[in-house]
Design a binder for this molecule. Sequence first.
Ligand code: OSB
Ligand code: MG
Length: 371
Amino acid sequence: MKIKQVILRHLKLDLLEPFTTSFGTEYDRDFILVEAQSDDGISGWAESVAMLDPLYNEETLKTNWHILEDYLIPIILKNEIQHPDEISEKYFKHIRGNYMAKAAIEGAVWDLYAKKQNASLASALGGIKKKIEVGVSIGIKDSIDSTLDMIETCLGEGYKRFKLKIKPGWDVELIDKVRKVYPEIPLMADANSAYTLQDIDRLSALDDFNLMMIEQPLAYNDIIDHADLQSRLKTPICLDESIHSLEDARKAIKLGSCKIINIKIGRVGGLTEAKKIHDLCLKHEIPLWCGGMLESGIGRAHNIAITSLPNFTLPGDTAASSLYWAEDIIEPEVTVDNGMIMVPELPGIGYEPSLEKINKYTIHSQTYNLS
Ligand code: OSB
Ligand code: MG
């Protein structure tokens, strides 16, 4: 497979509602869309999930553009790629970090590869599920009542799991009130690293609400204190920010830092690494689910494909396009029916990127050719 052209586009989509986590509020979503075109004119698509500011992790839209333009795209244009697994295993191996930048171009090549095989991305990755279960991630709101309203709406739409963002002071009382109204719903909390071991009393208080899991309570780069915390809680800890690779997952499992892992394709450097973490977790009976980064439909399509692998046994964060965007950039949009998404069977990501809509939301673009 020879890639003859790569196009980077900076898009900006307005979020229908601001999304607040312990690290900040997003009002809109700026992201890089990657289009990789083969010499026979087929395009593969993916997006970088890096945000404008280095708050979730250290990557940003600008660092991703730089790494893509100056390092990753030249490698992709220069080499004949037989299989997308070679990208992380061979071509990008010497470049440290920059997981989201790597995942963005690797994902576009995976889509292209699947299209050339006339296979869905899901089946090219070894996916087996025809439909996937999904939940919602509910940001920090200005009142507990508005959180309860959001849960009610999403329950009505059949979502299978409810994740509430928490931070110190927006935690025990919130979960207590939600549990009083909804004693049985599959409920979890995501702290995005807002606590330390000094908050053990608060975290222990959360242990009494039958939560499915607490996601990333402690530091974004920690697996030691999480192991300590897990030994003191019956609620499973799920790691998000701390897991960037197969090696990170192996060490976290070995230390007992978590009982569940959230896979984000961008955070782990791409689909090939995500598959490897999937296989390791299957072996160790660590359940998985696919996280979200407020993606456009292109990123959502990739998430749906990886979630079709067998060990994604817990509902993920890939909710319907209409929960985030007035209009998405793919056709059809991602729809959720009774908490389920049908895994597309068409070649590649299985949704058509709409060039008209993509152009409408593009702020800047740059084309790279083999020179
Ligand atoms: O921690 O999972 C997270 C959004 C941005 C950054 C980090 C996270 C999130 C979400 C939203 O929880 C997931 C989504 O709905 O896409
Ligand atoms: Mg998270």
